[in-house]
Design a protein around this ligand. Structure first.
Ligand code: PMV
Length: 326
């Protein structure tokens, strides 16, 4: 066997969930309690090079030019173990990763990071895997990474086990020119990680209510995407984002991801809609608000968001491609 280092580079996008993933059936495998739906973003992306090298004593991770924390390196290393086992190779690797968006911008980078890492490592190891398998592997790094393997509009089937929990494309990126305008109100890292949060979901008395709402909403969300019908989709995504945050806020211990600024923006959205601007919100495990509108309204929306004193920064994204090799 050659001892030449084996290297590959991949690029993947973050995604914004329209129906959220919150709560796990199996935390070791990241099997979620419910199906979720997202679109992959074009501007918030991670590029990762993985080099397996027999001369390395241990895995190394560099993010944005700086050595990562031991905890982050360990998490990446465990992920590489899955792929090393599949390939029957024990070589350690150097992982070099760059994000197009600042790590502290309050935008989760784990989905793009684990999607890019999975695709780059599989290629470097000479594994040729279909997108379903890549999605299943990415899921084990971070649940939402399962959705970033695919581009455009994506459905993650919760499934029952490792084999049945993977994401699939509903429609390609150019199907619908939606905008995700992210109103960044806080740039610090979240205090409670989503991994911890997923475990707490079961302590909320509202979990079952949310899961049944999701069950009813899912087919309508899919149809609204296929029909490019934001007037139907918008209220469904707002209801689910709120339901997820009600579960978070009613968990033991409580999880308050919102700040006062979050609520100010939600109230601004009501006002903008009353004034004739068709925009709807969704919120991840943090205080920033994702504002969803169609292309023809995005300039008016960006101007309205910029005028809010609580907004510190703004990220603009549209549906983008899935993970790809460079
Ligand atoms: O993939 P994780 O464990 O970071 O979980 C993501 C959770 C949410 O962003 C809040 C919702 C989602 O579906 O993306």
């Amino acid at each position: 066997m050659s001892t030449e280092p084996r290297s590959a580079t991949a690029n993947a996008g973050a995604n914004i969930a329209l129906i959220k993933y919150w709560g796990v059936r199996d935390s070791a495998l990241n099997i979620p309690l419910n199906d979720s739906v997202s679109f992959t973003l074009d501007t918030t992306r991670t590029t990762t090079t993985v080099t397996f090298d027999p001369a390395l004593p241990a895995d190394e991770l560099v993010i944005g030019g700086k050595p990562a924390t031991p905890a982050a390196t360990e998490r990446a290393s465990r992920h590489l173990d899955i792929l090393r086992n599949m390939a029957g190779l024990t070589w350690r690797a150097r992982i070099v990763s760059e994000n197009t968006f600042p790590m502290g911008a309050g935008i989760a980078s784990s989905a793009s990071a684990f999607a890019a890492l999975t695709v780059a490592a599989a290629a470097a190891l000479g594994l040729s895997l279909d997108t379903r398998t890549l999605s299943r592997i990415a899921r084990r790094g971070s649940g939402s990474a399962a959705r970033s393997i695919e581009g455009g509009f994506v459905w993650w089937h919760a499934g029952q086990d490792d084999a049945s929990s993977f994401a699939e494309q509903i429609a390609p990126p150019d199907h619908w020119d939606l905008y995700d305008v992210v109103a960044v109100v806080e740039e610090s890292e979240k205090k409670v990680s989503s991994a911890q949060g997923h475990l707490l979901a079961k302590t909320s008395p509202f979990l079952e209510t949310r899961l049944s709402l999701v069950q009813n909403a899912l087919p309508n969300v899919r149809q609204a995407i296929l029909d490019r019908d934001l007037a139907t989709l918008g209220p469904l995504i707002e209801t689910d984002a709120l339901a997820m945050h009600f579960v978070m806020m009613s968990s033991h211990p409580r999880l308050y991801y919102w700040t006062g600024a979050t609520l100010e923006i939600l109230q601004a959205v009501e006002k903008w809609r009353n004034d004739g601007l068709p925009v709807w919100f969704t919120i991840d495990a943090g205080p920033n608000v994702h504002l969803i509108c169609e292309a023809k309204h995005h300039q008016a929306l960006v101007a309205a968001v910029r005028a809010l004193p609580v907004v510190r920064d703004l990220i603009i994204a549209r549906p983008g491609p899935g993970a790809f090799l460079l």
